[in-house]
Ligand binder design. Sequence first.
Ligand code: NAP
Ligand code: ZN
Ligand code: ZN
Length: 354
Amino acid sequence: MCKQLMNSSENEDSLPARRCASAISMSTGDDDVAIKILYCGICHSDLHSIKNEWHNAMYPVVPGHEIAGVVTEVGKNVTKFKAGDRVGVGCIVNSCQSCDSCNEGFENHCRGMIFTYNSVDLDGTVTYGGYSSNVVVHERFVVRFPDAMPLDQGAPLLCAGITVYSPMKHHGLNVPGKHVGVVGLGGLGHVAVKFAKAFGMKVTVISSSPAKKQEALERHGADAFIVSRNDDEMKAAAGTMDGIINTVSANIPMAPYMSMLKPYGKMIMVGLPDKPLEIPPFDLMTGSKTLAGSCIGGMRDTQEMIDVAAKHGVTADIEVVGADYVNTAMERLAKADVRYRFVIDIGNTLKSSD
Ligand code: NAP
Ligand code: ZN
Ligand code: ZN
């Protein structure tokens, strides 16, 4: 069960987060954890959703699935959390909890998976996300923040972090010495660089923004930086990469990127542009390459990811903004004008209605 309160002063005609039609009364069920939200990251999926680019918006959409806060109350069956704990909620707030995927810890593959917002929950209510004051979630879908992980810089890991960590792990791209390419140095991309370096890999960023080169190399620790429209740089990297994590939110031609893979290399799509991919079959066949997709991650992997991140000092580079800046943040995100994740300071700038 996931229910949130939202009390925003946004203009009703404005682009992103709409006000909830009415404040929903929340109750903490026996297995639930009630959380006061302090921070929420702004993922590009929030932007796709509010603009209805995936043609599934159930307005009013209250986005936000990079939620960090503090437990205020727990139900009587809850064993893992208590009031005062620092916790997070990512992209999933419910699932069938009994299928093979759920039993194996891959709730992200459950056919009954309920997304944190813009989903119909098991009780028929629509879920509303973390641009909100509070959230109530079954304890299974709550992640514990390690002591060393700040809530604000850690919040984006709940989506951006797990979305890049999971495919590296499950496609064997977390092995020291392997060479991974990261296409798109945005919210997901910059965290992918940091995890790959923590795994001891060689990392090349392939970006449409030459201005990000210095930061990629010096701040995020990438080994090389290629400007995607520079044909010479692209060709020089042909056949060098074991895998590529493609985080680009827009439709881009795939062929130039496929040619950068070694034989048996893997192109993993995590970016979700609205149009079908165009990929010439010959570019897949040559070198016997794999094209794969990856969907966030299960709860076991999400807890593991944030523990590994804390151990290696992996956090998101963030720009903290107030709730009244969300519309501007969305406009800037659409132009890839953020270094590298907006995080809303919910605790100080969004007034609770309770
Ligand atoms: P983001 O912060 O906006 O980063 C996307 C990056 O893609 C931009 O910073 C930019 O990097 C590059 N880019 C954008 N437009 C481009 C264009 N027209 N041509 C070339 N490059 C372009 O977005 P994000 O939050 O990281 O999310 C990225 C994508 O992943 C979104 O589509 C989102 O919905 C999806 N996503 C998927 C999952 C999943 O489970 N698979 C989970 C979360 C998000 P450069 O400036 O370096 O080129
Ligand atoms: Zn996301
Ligand atoms: Zn299930």
